[in-house]
Design a protein around this ligand. Structure first.
Ligand SMILES: *[C@@H]1O[C@H](CO)[C@@H](O)[C@H](O)[C@H]1NC(C)=O
Ligand SMILES: *[C@@H]1O[C@H](CO)[C@@H](O)[C@H](O)[C@H]1NC(C)=O
Ligand SMILES: *[C@@H]1O[C@H](CO)[C@@H](O)[C@H](O)[C@H]1NC(C)=O
Length: 208
């Protein structure tokens, strides 16, 4: 199978595994963060809650963004697996239309179409609400959402505000799951070492 077909099969399998990520109709078109500044958005974001993404299995999930010389963004997602290994994947994100900077497209595999990365709401410094929705065959869509924070915890009032924003956008928050960010700092040294090893192993990157 060609790469796009593999991805589609993966997505369909993901949709089947979690029937609630699969919806009839087209993607909602929520409004995005005004005055979004990609430079200020760079750095580390920890995952606080998400709409289930079956390709994420671990704990301590985080994303690290860094601006490249050509204005695109290097993306590195990492998570801690139950066997103590770090699973990581690297990709590139791009703003497609500079008049809509909060709408990015992120791609993890060369030659495979990217996925949307819409920043619905962020203050750049503490929280971010990200939404990704893809239409398939004009008849259904698969969506993902992440509540991210600069720290491993986020206050309830901010989380509640972001839930309200999702609800307003027509996205069902009952499907949100809380990400496990405990037991991450204690093993920091160990994680760091393992991350280095993981980076050396290209095969590892594809074992998502
Ligand atoms: C974005 O943020 C950077 C860093 O704070 C700043 O230098 C730049 O002027 C900002 N860009 C816009 C368009 O506001
Ligand atoms: C970029 O976005 C602006 C504002 O939404 C829109 O008017 C314009 O057509 C877009 N440009 C392209 C190339 O899509
Ligand atoms: C979160 O992860 C830590 C470390 O992997 C584990 O000890 C803890 O039981 C987990 N907590 C929950 C609620 O799953």
């Amino acid at each position: 199978m060609k790469a796009p077909q593999v991805l589609l099969v993966l997505l369909l399998t993901a949709a089947a595994a979690d029937a609630q990520s699969y919806h009839f109709g087209k993607c909602p078109k929520p409004s995005v963060q005004k005055d979004f500044n990609v430079t200020e958005y760079m750095g580390t974001w920890y995952e606080i809650e998400k709409l289930p993404a079956v390709f994420e299995r671990g704990t301590c999930n985080k994303a690290t963004y860094s601006l490249l010389a050509d204005g695109t963004v290097k993306v590195r997602n990492a998570e801690l697996l139950s066997n103590g290994k770090i699973n990581s994947i690297e990709g590139v994100a791009k703003v497609k239309n500079s008049s809509q900077p909060a709408i990015l497209d992120v791609s993890f595999f060369k030659g495979v179409p990217g996925s949307p990365y819409w920043v619905l709401s962020t203050d750049h410094q503490s929280y971010s609400l990200v939404y990704s929705c893809s239409d398939y065959f004009g008849h259904f869509h698969v969506d993902f959402a992440w509540i991210l924070a600069r720290t491993r915890v986020l206050t309830e009032d901010v989380i509640s505000k972001l839930h309200d924003e999702l609800t307003t956008a027509g996205i069902n928050i009952n499907r949100l799951t809380v990400s496990n960010q405990t037991g991450c700092e204690q093993t920091k040294g160990k994680i760091h070492q393992k991350e280095k090893k993981a980076e050396q192993s290209a095969e590892h990157i594809f074992r998502v």
